[in-house]
Design a binder for this molecule. Structure first.
Ligand SMILES: Nc1nc2c(ncn2[C@@H]2O[C@H](COP(=O)(O)OP(=O)(O)OP(=O)(O)O)[C@@H](O)[C@H]2O)c(=O)[nH]1
Ligand SMILES: [K+]
Ligand SMILES: [Mg+2]
Length: 439
């Protein structure tokens, strides 16, 4: 049984051997942990070098930097502590065993520190998501977007909208209160609807900006296709700077889908190598061809390769989703109209190809300035717009003000889901379980 009142401990730094490892502790027992293991409380929020001992045996476990964060001025809002240890498995295991051996202390669940911070009101839900994305960020644009969200870019905007809708709701309700009285003040309901319409317009602008923020989290997928021996795997390896896929002169070498995550000038790009497309009686190769076609169908960009010493698949017309690439330029003279010409062997044309991929990725992903970064946000904002549209159409039809007020209330409620003010129990588990232990 895990209780939310337990004191929790976990390794907060990465697993494996490292120079320094950080063990993090949070909960009412943090003070007791420090008193029994380092002989007292260090000065708050300062690192102090201390001997760290096993409370059961008194044995010295390590000598490290210790920090004490009395609540509520801590990440979780609770009393908390950190041990900065020598980063060996043995030291980490010994210290964690000593801490979790104390009464009401246990190992934290994934995301439990952040969950406590959220429950203490230290972070709103969108900032929690930003924090998760920041930990997962692999490229510069992802880092930028995650940090903006963690710092409240989305939350502030949403709270502004919600505040204005709650004000509009208050006006509509005031009109309800005045309805039986002779001296109804100015048109409160009308004012409420004007405010709501301006909020609706601003949300619609964000929704119309596309899914760049969502896609930046996943990466831009580039699928390499073409006939056997076109040089697909060779190109993948050249772009990835490592022999990720097997290359051979035998057609039909690649069967499985091979994915490589790359950082293309700060943008996350997933390069995908696939089986050469041809009719085959080999059932395993056929499965590879089917997978290749399916993967290409969901790609952001398909690179359609054909070798210069074999006939191209005509016409070689590029479009939004396809780039034609003529490979093995070192083997022949350039044939016009066969798209970008490259040689993975000599490196010719690879920079131009990378630039073309990057340009398309940048167009699709944006540079990390998007406000909407998850389907969850898009849902909530779409629900908000729909509720506001219902309110506007109810007003047009001169339906009772109660109905208009109810839709305004639903709109504000949908917005509240983004920051986690309402209705979030169902999403909490999903969001926090995506964290690693120790965060
Ligand atoms: N001269 C030359 N040979 C190349 C070039 N790129 C690939 N090759 C050769 O072409 C052959 C096929 O290359 P692969 O990368 O295995 O081709 P593939 O498209 O992945 O083939 P499958 O996986 O069988 O569909 C190998 O012998 C490569 O060394 C190139 O730019 N120049
Ligand atoms: K091959
Ligand atoms: Mg291959």
């Amino acid at each position: 049984m895990t209780r939310s009142t337990d004191t929790i401990a976990a390794l907060a730094s990465g697993f494996g051997r490292s120079g320094v490892a950080v063990v993090r502790i949070s909960g009412a027992g943090s003070r007791f942990v420090l008193e029994t293991m380092v002989g007292g409380l260090p000065e708050p929020r300062r690192l102090s070098l201390r001997p760290i001992s096993d409370p059961a045996t008194g044995e010295l476990l390590d000598r490290g930097l210790v920090a004490w964060f009395p609540g509520p001025h801590s990440f979780t809002g609770e009393d908390a502590a950190e041990f900065h240890l020598h980063g060996s498995r043995a030291v980490i295991a010994a210290v964690l065993a000593a801490v979790t051996g104390l009464p009401d202390c246990r190992v934290a669940e994934p995301g439990e520190f952040t969950r406590r911070a959220f429950l203490a009101g230290k972070l709103d839900l969108s900032s929690v998501e930003g924090l998760a994305d920041l930990i997962d960020a692999e490229t510069e644009a992802q880092r930028r977007q995650a940090l903006r969200q963690m710092d409240g870019a989305l939350a502030q905007r949403v709270e502004n909208w919600r505040g204005r809708l709650l004000h509009a709701l208050a006006l509509a309700e005031a009109e309800l209160d005045f309805v039986d009285e002779a001296d109804v003040p100015e048109d409160l309901l009308g004012e409420a609807l004007v405010d709501a319409a301006s909020v609706r317009g601003e949300i619609a602008v964000e929704l119309a900006k596309g899914r760049g923020g969502e896609r930046l989290r996943e990466g831009f997928t580039v699928v390499i296709t073409g006939p056997p021996n076109a040089g697909k795997s060779t190109l993948l390896n050249a772009l990835a700077h490592r022999p990720a896929a097997i290359v051979s002169p035998i057609p039909g070498t690649t069967r499985d889908i091979i994915e490589v995550h790359c950082d293309l000038g700060g943008l996350p790009v997933v390069l995908v190598d696939t089986a050469g497309l041809r009719d085959t009686r080999d059932p395993i190769e056929q499965e590879g061809v089917d997978r290749a076609r399916a993967r290409a169908a969901t790609a952001d960009l398909v690179l359609r390769l054909s070798a210069i010493d074999s006939p191209p698949e005509l016409p070689c017309q590029d479009d939004a989703g396809v780039l034609h690439v003529c490979t093995k330029a070192d083997l022949g003279t350039t044939t016009d109209g066969r798209g970008l010409v490259i040689s993975a062997l000599t490196g010719a044309g690879l920079d131009e190809l990378l630039a073309a991929i990057r340009e398309r990725a940048a167009g699709a992903l944006g540079g990390g300035q998007a406000l909407i970064t998850r389907e969850r946000h898009r849902h909530a904002l779409t629900d908000t717009v729909e509720a506001l549209d219902r309110a506007a159409s109810a007003a047009e039809q001169r339906l009772p003000a109660e109905l208009i007020a109810e839709d305004l209330r639903l709109a504000a409620r949908a917005l509240g889901r983004v920051t986690g003010r309402v209705d979030v129990d169902d999403v909490l588990d999903r969001i926090f379980s995506s964290f690693c232990i120790g965060k």
